[in-house]
Design a protein around this ligand. Structure first.
Ligand code: ADP
Ligand code: ADP
Length: 225
């Protein structure tokens, strides 16, 4: 049974100029504990699709079913709770708070939500992502690859079912790109997480379980390896 099912989703942005159709009758199924890559030309709707799956943006019509939650029927409060409970986000520009240490950044989701911290698991993730020497530093003291490791840790640390990664290697060199990809694959294996990643990099995408080719706001082709 799929963990994500999109059925005929439409999304038009009404910007300052002409409206832009970002998703056009977009349908897609993703199975649990798989690693999917979304690829396609710039502007074809990849980020919009990812943000729709994460409950970050409203869509105009269609159905978005994620873990038995019909996102199009949830209000803002319910969506916020859905994201907290099920989704971890990783971004191209890391999105770390610069004035807080690595450890404070990692604890932030717990602080915001007033949740109890599973310190043993936090330590395991820190160990695993090789962040021991970095926990007391500030993000600006870290390299790009290190910052992305921290943001991966921040995403997995609350054990989300689904990790959504938007061009997570877009700002990294080859070596760090390879490492980030390996870490995501290991998160998938160790914690049975479902990973959905947007990338420009076709060679990287080929290392995933499924390739989702987008064009003009639609999934044109779906390949599993
Ligand atoms: P991709 O991730 O494949 O580059 P996006 O999903 O970011 O594509 O964007 C799809 C289309 O929607 C593009 O034409 C883009 O310019 C437009 N778009 C994206 N976000 C907005 C927005 N907030 N307001 C207006 N247009 C947007
Ligand atoms: P809460 O409602 O519990 O304060 P949010 O729902 O705002 O938390 O955030 C949950 C997750 O969604 C966080 O990981 C955050 O990084 C991400 N997020 C929230 N809003 C946005 C946004 N506009 N763009 C990108 N990511 C966002």
């Amino acid at each position: 049974k799929p963990i994500v099912t999109l059925t005929e989703v439409n999304k038009t942005y009404h910007g300052l100029s002409a409206p832009t159709k970002a998703l056009q009758n977009c349908s897609l199924k993703i199975m649990p504990s798989t690693f999917s890559c979304i690829i396609g030309k710039s502007g074809c709707g990849k980020s919009t699709l990812l943000n729709a799956i994460g409950g970050l943006i409203p869509v105009d019509s269609g159905s978005i079913l994620v873990k038995d939650h019909e996102l199009t029927k949830l209000d803002q409060r319910e969506l916020s709770r859905f994201r907290r409970e099920h989704i971890g986000f990783i971004f191209q520009f890391f999105n770390l708070l610069q004035e807080q240490t690595v450890m404070e950044n990692l604890m932030l989701p717990f602080d915001l939500n007033g949740e109890r911290v599973d310190q043993a698991f936090v330590n395991e993730v820190i160990q695993y992502l090789d962040l021991n020497k970095l926990v007391d530093k500030f993000p600006f003291e870290l390299s790009g690859g290190e910052q992305q490791r921290v943001s991966i840790a921040r995403a997995v640390i609350r054990k989300p079912d689904i990790i959504l990664a938007d061009e997570p290697t877009g700002n990294l060199d080859r070596e760090n790109t390879k490492q980030v990809m390996n870490l995501l694959k290991e998160c998938q294996a160790m914690y049975s997480q479902t990973i959905i990643m947007v990338t420009h990099d076709i060679d990287l995408a080929k290392r995933a379980d499924a390739l989702i080719y987008m064009e003009d706001g639609q999934v044109k082709r779906y390949e599993t390896s």
